[in-house]
Every structure is written in structure tokens, then in C-alpha cells.
Design a protein around this ligand. Structure first.
Ligand code: SF4
Length: 227
């Protein structure tokens, strides 16, 4: 496919920067902001957030960090206690195992610190490219990564910026098609927009600040405007 004109990308990203002001931020962004970009808390919160509502992730993260704020203290907790603390996040038993093993590896291989490279992050259990990219962006202020979750994947396709089937393909296509200055902001802008306006089903196209530059690829039914 051909690249979207950079003036369109520029227009959309500037419009989104204005439009998301005042909207509830995605939970991991909020934790990163509140914890001064603590990479450990960003990593654990992102692990907990997969397929889980933000409010549930926020409450679970709060309970877990209150009990064990560091990788050493979290590694000392039994898996059963971690599971009880993070319940009811989805797959809480598997995530509890991943959290415990991740903390063990951080302590044995990385002196208790979160590693700052994609290759090292991918050695941690339960960490895929989405989590690793978000940790690099929010925990290490990387300007060279794009974090693609389901919202970023869906909206990038609806905007016609990419034509892809899988988030991994979307990540690579966005590196090729979007000017690098917008890479670190893409996740915050598109996830926030996806949670409030460009929802998975029934996107609110009639109430969308970027509708003028959106071809709505694949959109068949739209929802009611926000009240
Ligand atoms: S116009 Fe519709 S499909 Fe396009 S970004 Fe807005 S809500 Fe999503």
C-alpha cells in the first residue's frame, strides 16, 4: 500500500492531541505518570493489563504494589498470594506465575532492575513486543518504539495508515508509514481514542474529531454520539 500523506498524519495527530485532553488516560500511562516512569511498575502493570478492564488493572496493581513495591519483595511472595492480590484480572493465575518468575529473573539476571532493551525484555515470561515497547516508551522514554495493542491496530487500519491483519504487522507498517516524531505518542492517542470514540464495535464516527481525514476502512455500523 502507499504511505498516507504525512500532512494527513500530522493533522490527525494534532487533532487527537487536542481531542484527548480531559479524557481518562489508559491505566498504564497513568501509573507511569504517577510513579515517575518507574519501569518496574510499568512492566508489572502492563503484564496485568492484558485483556483486562482498566479499572480492574488499576485496583489490582494498587494492591500488589502496596504489598510489594520492588522486584525483590514481589519475588518473595508466594504465587498464591500474588494471585489473590491481583484477582479478578483475567488469567490471574497465569499472570501471578509470570509476575513471580519475572521478578526472580530481574533479581538474578538484572540486579533487580528492569532491562532497557527489546531483546532482554523479551526474555521475561509473559512479555511480548507490546509490553516491551510500552516499557521502553514509558519506563525508559524511548523515542524509537511504537506500542501496538488492539486499539492501535484497529484504528490504524480504519484510518488507512496500514493494511494489516495482525498487531505485529501493524507495528512494522507504522514504522515505515508514520513520521518518527509521532511514534511514542501513537499508543496514548489511539488507545484513548479507542476507549472513548473509535470503539471496537459501533465507533462514534458522528462525534469524531478526526472524521474529516478518516476513510473509515472496514466500518459498517456506527454508534451514537457521546452524551
Ligand atoms: S471517523 Fe469513525 S472510524 Fe474514523 S477514527 Fe473516527 S470513530 Fe474511528
Amino acid at each position: 500500500m502507499t504511505k498516507p500523506p504525512s500532512r494527513d498524519v500530522e493533522w490527525v495527530m494534532r487533532a487527537l492531541a487536542r481531542a484527548i485532553t480531559g479524557l481518562e488516560m489508559p491505566i498504564v500511562e497513568k501509573i507511569a505518570e504517577e510513579q515517575r516512569e518507574d519501569a518496574f511498575q510499568v512492566l508489572i502493570a502492563t503484564l496485568l493489563s492484558a485483556r483486562t478492564q482498566d479499572a480492574t488493572t488499576a485496583a489490582a496493581s494498587g494492591r500488589l504494589f502496596a504489598r510489594a513495591p520492588t522486584s525483590r519483595r514481589m519475588a518473595a511472595l508466594p504465587v498464591r498470594e500474588i494471585a489473590a492480590l491481583i484477582y479478578p484480572v483475567s488469567f490471574y493465575k497465569t499472570k501471578a506465575t509470570h509476575v513471580k518468575e519475572t521478578c526472580r529473573i530481574l533479581n538474578t539476571d538484572f540486579r533487580g532492575r528492569v532491562p532497557g532493551t527489546m531483546e532482554e525484555l523479551l526474555t521475561l515470561p509473559g512479555v511480548g513486543r507490546k509490553t516491551a515497547n510500552l516499557v521502553l516508551i514509558l519506563g525508559f522514554r524511548s523515542l524509537r518504539n511504537i506500542c501496538v495493542d488492539t486499539h492501535v491496530h484497529r484504528i490504524s487500519n480504519r484510518l488507512g495508515w496500514v493494511r494489516t491483519k495482525l498487531p505485529e504487522q501493524t507495528e512494522q507498517a507504522l514504522y515505515a508509514n508514520i513520521p518518527a516524531r509521532w511514534w511514542p505518542a501513537l499508543n496514548l492517542y489511539l488507545v484513548t481514542w479507542g476507549q472513548h470514540v473509535c470503539r471496537p464495535t459501533h465507533p462514534r464516527c458522528g462525534d469524531c474529531d478526526i472524521a474529516a481525514r478518516c476513510p473509515r476502512v472496514g466500518v459498517t455500523t456506527v454508534g451514537k454520539p457521546r452524551t
